[in-house]
Design a protein around this ligand. Structure first.
Ligand code: DAH
Length: 339
């Protein structure tokens, strides 16, 4: 029996040496030391031994078991470190490799333009007000003194949702909403989306952006409007910019004007950009019509105000030389990345 034990030890030793993975090693362990393993089998046969032989064989069996366990342990450690080395070498990080670049998004040119406009007016003490894009006919037209037969009310100009509800055609309804809720002094701007039933072309888009301005207080005059717009245009287009007022008509202002800026390309001498006139049409403005003040619960005998409205898309196009408004809405990165 002793001989058999030594033989087993030798066999196990050989197999352990040949094993080259943790799995193989475990198989060897089970084969010799497991519940149904070879060594266990031999020990089970010890019952048939004489009482003198039993302790001797038992001693040898224990030594053999210990030896096999030691071989296993040694092999296990060396296999583990080999496996770890192999794993590390496949997972090696080459610190000299260039990193993967994550593309950072940025603001759309129109939002950049809107932010710039907002900042200019905020620096002059204006607050930003918001109004709904889905608007009522009342706020978009009636409250703003638009006569019942005004052409802009036509379905060919305005998107109607139903008889009383439309997509706002201008940011001007925010004026009425603000005046209804707040008492003067009022000094707000309101940037946002507007919608008109227009066929898209280089200068028209059914969805576009405006920035509305409104100031109401005691003693507000046309001089305040002029001063405000002059400061604005100098900030936005450069300090040499001049403006001029051309008489115009809007239902919600009296008097009304269209404001032109001296061409910032040719400084007013005339070029292809300003079609030779030296002037560029910028925005609409005027003194708030007494009817509008009255419609919104403000006494025109006590208060007066001015208002203005500008196309943000158009201003950004002018400033950056964009020749087609549709470029803003096509999401072509070759265009957007230029801003
Ligand atoms: N809402 C006008 C438009 O869409 C622009 C405008 C003109 C706004 C004069 C105003 C204003 O507040 O006073 O054409």
């Amino acid at each position: 029996m002793e001989a058999r034990l030594n033989e087993l030890e030798q066999m196990a030793k050989n197999e352990i040496q040949e094993a080259n993975s943790s799995d193989q090693l475990e198989k060897v362990r089970v084969k010799y030391l497991g519940k149904k393993g070879e060594l266990t089998e031999v020990l089970r046969g010890m019952g048939s031994l004489s009482s003198e032989e039993r302790p001797l064989v038992g001693k040898v069996a224990n030594i053999v078991r210990e030896n096999i366990e030691n071989y296993l342990l040694e092999a296990k450690n060396s296999i583990k470190s080999k496996e770890l080395e192999a794993k590390l070498s496949t997972e090696a990080i080459d610190v000299t490799m260039p990193g993967r670049k994550t593309n950072l998004g940025k603001k759309h040119p129109l939002i950049q333009g809107m932010d710039e406009l907002k900042n200019i007016f905020i620096s002059m003490g204006f607050q930003v007000a918001q109004g709904p894009e889905v608007e009522t006919v009342y706020y978009n037209f009636d409250a703003l003194n638009a006569p019942a037969n005004h052409p802009s009310r036509d379905m060919s100009d305005t998107f109607y949702i139903n008889e009383e509800t439309i997509l706002r055609t201008q940011t001007s309804p925010v004026q009425a909403r603000v005046m209804e809720k707040r008492k003067p002094p009022i000094r707000i701007i309101s940037p946002g989306r507007c919608f008109r039933n227009d066929t898209p072309d280089a200068t028209h888009s059914p969805m576009f952006h405006q920035l509305e301005g409104l100031v109401v207080d005691k003693g507000i005059t046309l001089a305040d409007l002029k001063g405000t717009l002059e400061v604005f245009t100098k900030y936005f287009f450069g300090s040499q910019t001049k403006i001029k007022f051309r008489p115009h008509n809007f239902p919600f202002t009296e008097p009304s004007a269209e404001i032109d800026a001296s061409c910032f390309k040719c400084s007013g001498s005339g070029c292809s950009f300003c079609k030779g006139s030296g002037w560029i049409e910028l925005l609409g403005a005027g003194m708030v019509h007494p009817n509008v003040l009255r419609n919104c619960g403000i006494d025109p005998e006590v208060y007066s105000g001015f208002a203005f409205g500008m196309g943000i898309d158009r201003l950004v196009m002018l400033k950056y030389g964009v020749d087609d408004i549709r470029l803003f809405f096509e999401n072509d990165m070759r265009f957007l990345n230029q801003f």
